[in-house]
Design a binder for this molecule. Structure first.
Ligand code: ASP
Length: 314
């Protein structure tokens, strides 16, 4: 196979057909299409998988429907603290940021950590200082204010619980909400790359960080095996080292990509009660979009083939 290909997700969770209006579904599908078009354009033009996934994620981060960048959920204190990571399988290098505020596109900052620093992960104020030194775009609180997200926080703020963005019910529309974004690509040079970006979980406190910026948990890419980007209840994904586990099953046990993804998402995570899913691509271009929740926003575009989009389980 080995044609260029990009796979994306816009979060997994309680996403039900009967609680989605046709208009809203159209908007979500458009968001998925925009991300695929942006990433695919880079691959078509001979660009690298790293450039392709960054381009795809930026469209999600600029879209308030998705829990990343501008549409990030609120912390207990009513702030937005974002996490993002990226990994290039060709070089084996990775970059990540955790708990950053006011950064317009956290995925670009994660990429800068990978390309322009000797580190892998920067967090909070330090990461923001690093961004300033590189003249990154900063935005005021108002840019990140989305009324629905704020309403989600108000519903659970005093419960002491955190909540996956897409598992929150909106009393007004009877809708379920949506989450974290990710992309994995294989370029024409045979190199994989993976990236993930999120606002995390609604009502998070104490500088809580999920799996998204943790290389090996939320994001991983290795040309010998696969690229993976996860979405779901981060604590479970961290403890299960999900993305790396998929790669390890292929590397050490000769599982196919499909077998490895099924084992991790529908057996191991399920046994622990870890809700969510992942997208993955192997070095031959086989793609998987696997989830144990009711739905996952997902899509794929392979060279010369139609766009594939999905939301629900069927
Ligand atoms: N994995 C993310 C986190 O735990 C949340 C999500 O995927 O929606 O922060």
């Amino acid at each position: 196979m080995n044609k260029h290909c990009i796979v994306i997700h816009g979060g997994a969770g309680t996403i039900q057909r009967n609680s989605m209006s046709p208009e809203l579904e159209k908007q979500y599908r458009q968001g998925l299409t925009d991300a695929l078009v942006a990433g695919n354009a880079v691959l078509e033009g001979g660009g690298t998988s790293v450039d392709a996934i960054e381009a795809a994620i930026v469209t999600f981060e600029d879209n308030t429907l998705y829990n990343a960048g501008r549409g990030s959920v609120f912390t207990h204190e009513g702030k937005n603290e974002m996490d993002a990571s990226i990994m290039c399988a060709k070089t084996g290098m990775a970059g990540a940021v955790a708990g950053v505020s006011h950064i317009k596109n956290p995925i670009k900052l994660a990429r800068a950590v990978m390309d322009k620093s000797e580190h892998v992960m920067l967090c909070g104020k330090g990461a923001e200082e690093f961004a300033k030194s590189l003249n990154f775009d900063f935005e005021p609180d108002a840019y990140f204010f989305v009324q629905q997200r704020y309403d989600q926080l108000m519903q659970i703020r005093d419960s002491g619980k955190t909540q996956m963005d897409h598992t929150a019910a909106d009393p007004k529309e009877g809708q379920k909400k949506f989450g974290t974004v990710g992309a994995v690509a294989l370029d024409r040079y045979g190199n994989l790359a993976a990236a993930t970006s999120t606002g995390g979980m609604t009502n998070k406190r104490f500088g809580r960080v999920g799996d998204t910026p943790i290389i090996g948990a939320g994001t991983y890419a290795n040309n010998k095996t696969c690229g993976v980007s996860c979405t779901g209840h981060g604590e479970f994904f961290i403890r299960s080292v999900v993305a790396y586990d998929v790669s390890c099953l292929m590397e050490y046990k000769n599982f196919t990509l499909k077998q490895a993804c099924e084992e991790v998402v529908n057996k191991k995570l399920l046994r622990l009660g870890g809700e969510g899913g992942l997208i993955a691509l192997d070095a031959q271009g086989h793609a998987e979009m696997v989830f144990n929740s009711e739905g996952m926003y997902r899509g794929m575009k392979r060279a010369g083939e139609e766009f594939v989009l999905g939301i629900y389980r069927d």
